[in-house]
Structures are given as structure tokens and as C-alpha cells.
Design a binder for this molecule. Structure first.
Ligand SMILES: [Cu+2]
Length: 141
């Protein structure tokens, strides 16, 4: 490639813009700024989509057992397990997922969200604080 071409082209463009009449230069400037604004908007949209990927929300009822007791989620996407504690037995008072370092108290007749991003595949047990009620969390690739 001939490197001498570039300075020549830049100079040519410079001369041409200066030979325009004032209204023409104004419209060119207006058009260019609109173009820049458009690009800025597009550039803003892309990262937002990756910042808020769809949350995998699963509602789990706690009433003597977990329902459902088998939950399948995708790896790498945020998970929200919404536990609704329906009974007031001590057994339902807490949910633990040891592998994910989750230990959450549940309030009676209320929904309590447990949020995390599963970063490893496999099957993980979730259970009550006494390890009696049990469920499985399956993380798929
Ligand atoms: Cu229990």
C-alpha cells in the first residue's frame, strides 16, 4: 500500500469542506452529529443486555416438603429461588445449600428469595436446617 495516498486524501477532504457554502456546512455538521448520537445510543444498548440477562426464577413451596423438589437451571445465569414457607414448623424455618454457601431463614407465610449465579455444573442438595426435607438443584451447561 502506498502510504503517501493517505495525507493527500485527508487534505482533499479538508479543502472540499471549506469550499462549501455556510448552509451546506451546517447541514453536514448536523447530519454528522445525528450520526454520532445514533451510534452512541446503539453502543449503549449492547452492554445493557448483557448486564441484565434473564433471571431464572423458580417458586418453591415449603410445606413439610419442597415443591418442586427438583429444580433444573442453566449454569452462568442468575438464579432466584423464591421459597414460600407455608407452614410454621421449625423444620421449614431455614433452607441451606451447602455447596453454594447458602443459608437462609424463611419467614412464615412469606416469600423469601435466594439469589446466586451457579458457576459449576452438577447436582446440589438443598435442605432444611436439620437436613430432613431435601431437594435437588441440577445445574446444566
Ligand atoms: Cu427440618
Amino acid at each position: 500500500m502506498d502510504t503517501r495516498v493517505r495525507p493527500y486524501t485527508v487534505k482533499y477532504g479538508h479543502v472540499e469542506i471549506h469550499s462549501m457554502t455556510h448552509p451546506m456546512r451546517f447541514s453536514v455538521a448536523l447530519f454528522l452529529s445525528l450520526l454520532v448520537m445514533l451510534f452512541a445510543r446503539c453502543a449503549n444498548k449492547a452492554p445493557q443486555a448483557t448486564r441484565n440477562p434473564a433471571v431464572q426464577e423458580i417458586k418453591v413451596t415449603v410445606k413439610g416438603e419442597y415443591s418442586p423438589d427438583r429444580i433444573v437451571v442453566k449454569k452462568g445465569r442468575p438464579v432466584r429461588l423464591s421459597f414460600y414457607r407455608e407452614d410454621d414448623s421449625e423444620c421449614s424455618a431455614q433452607v441451606v445449600i451447602p455447596d453454594l454457601k447458602v443459608k437462609q431463614d424463611l419467614a412464615v407465610k412469606q416469600e423469601t428469595a435466594v439469589e446466586f449465579v451457579p458457576d459449576k455444573e452438577g447436582e446440589f442438595t438443598f435442605a432444611c436446617g436439620m437436613d430432613m426435607m431435601k431437594g435437588k438443584l441440577v445445574v446444566e451447561p
